[in-house]
Write a protein that binds this ligand. Structure first.
Ligand SMILES: *Cc1c(COP(=O)(O)O)cnc(C)c1O
Length: 397
């Protein structure tokens, strides 16, 4: 048997009868960027998460960077985050000239250790940026309490957690602003890059909409005012014609180009309807893996706290023989990965921050131990069993 780490063609095969006409409709109607298809997806995503506003952008990385700017993070500000995440989390903080301040993680969930946050707060701290790692929400109750106490904003990196929840309240709606990625491998994956910003604050949505489109248009003008600049109306919306939109070519703040393509929104709208079902299937596989791996004393399975709906973006456990096991699985045709092989505070690109080995011992320890095995909704039962049998065989050697 050959069990790939991930096979995206299976989901395509299942949904192609719905996807193909929707993609073709986009090709035929000529509105390739933005437009009603994107707006409808934003509306249904906001409703799904349980927030008032959703702003579609070009990637999860852009969602983070734009969200940081929208809440006013700028040069020299400190943002508290986790070192056990994908690089983009810290990269987005650096991209707005702010400073990532890393806090160690919990050994049991791999999420930010809320007991270690307060000691890292300084007069320059402006926000906390937890990551719901591998699909399990971080301890948002405690994080929000700390944020209120120190007057900080909370940005959720929910890129791996579409559909995850705490006592029924979905990730992305638990802080000041939420960020999602629709990278093809994520729980809700497009046919290319995509991302989303979610919030209940109208002003943040307006600024995010302005930034994603060169700081122009009606949202640009509104954002300009929100940033406190004096504003005299140039060109009126009422006088817009189909050919010339006065606001469009008036730029009020410096933004970026980070829009979602209509084709991606069409694909995502269809997949969103199935997201809960897909996440449920991931959970069934996780249950089977827990049952199967429980008996191996060499393997330490992660904990899932009460009230948490984990969406199992990755199935990750810890063991001492990390790279030997990954290699053995590979030799026996089971795709496995090492998320994450190095904590962010020890990444070369961030060496200027001055961290050294030993600074965040739990994150450093678990990066040497974590093994990811295949988990995706279409993974067959016999494949899951083969994965388990191969792991047993490794430990019998
Ligand atoms: C995927 C991911 C991102 C970045 O999303 P892109 O769409 O690839 O830019 C950021 N943070 C986390 C935790 C992710 O998993």
């Amino acid at each position: 048997m050959d069990v790939k780490f991930l096979d995206l063609t299976r989901q395509y095969e299942i949904l192609k009868k719905e996807l193909e006409p929707a993609i073709l409709r986009c090709a035929m109607n000529g509105n390739y960027i933005g437009g009603s298809v994107v707006q409808e997806f934003e509306d249904s995503f906001a409703k799904y998460i349980g927030v008032k506003y959703a702003v579609a952008v070009n990637s999860g990385t852009d969602a983070l960077a734009i969200a940081l700017r929208a809440i006013g993070i700028s040069e020299g500000d400190e943002v508290i985050t986790t070192p056990f995440t994908f690089f983009a989390t810290a990269e987005a903080i650096v991209s707005v000239k702010a400073i990532p301040v890393f806090v160690d993680v919990e050994e049991s969930t791999y999420n930010i250790d809320v007991n270690a946050i307060e000691e890292k707060i300084s007069s320059r701290t402006k926000a906390i940026l937890p990551v719901h790692i591998f699909g399990q929400p971080a301890n948002m109750d405690e994080i929000n309490k700390i944020a209120v106490k120190y007057n900080l904003k909370v940005i959720e990196d929910a890129c791996q957690a579409a559909g995850a929840a705490i006592y029924g309240k979905r990730a992305g709606g638990l802080g000041t602003i939420g960020c999602f990625s629709f990278f093809p491998t994520k729980n809700l994956g497009a046919f290319g890059d995509g991302g989303m910003i979610t919030t209940n604050e109208e002003n943040l949505a307006v600024i995010a909409r302005a930034i994603r489109e060169h700081g122009s248009g009606v949202n640009g003008a509104k954002a300009y005012k929100l940033f406190g600049y004096e504003y005299t109306d140039i060109g009126t919306v009422e006088k817009q014609t189909v050919l010339y939109t006065p606001h469009k070519y008036f730029n009020y703040i410096i933004g970026v180009n980070s829009r979602l393509d209509a084709i991606q929104a069409a694909v995502l709208s269809i997949k969103l309807k199935y997201l809960d079902e897909f996440n449920q299937k991931r959970n069934e596989i996780a249950d089977r893996y827990y049952e199967g791996l429980n008996t191996l004393k060499e393997i330490i399975l992660p904990e899932c706290k009460e009230g948490i709906y984990h969406v199992r973006h990755q199935f990750v456990f810890r063991c001492e023989e990390k790279y030997k096991l990954i290699e053995y699985l590979g030799e026996h045709h089971v795709g496995a990965a090492s998320f994450y092989p190095i904590p962010l505070h020890l990444q070369k690109a961030l060496s200027y921050l001055g961290y050294k080995e030993g600074d965040l011992p739990v994150a450093e320890k678990i990066t040497k131990e974590t093994v990811c095995i295949p988990i995706y909704p279409e993974l067959k039962k016999e494949e899951q069993e083969y994965v388990l049998r191969t792991i047993y065989a490794f430990y019998q050697h």
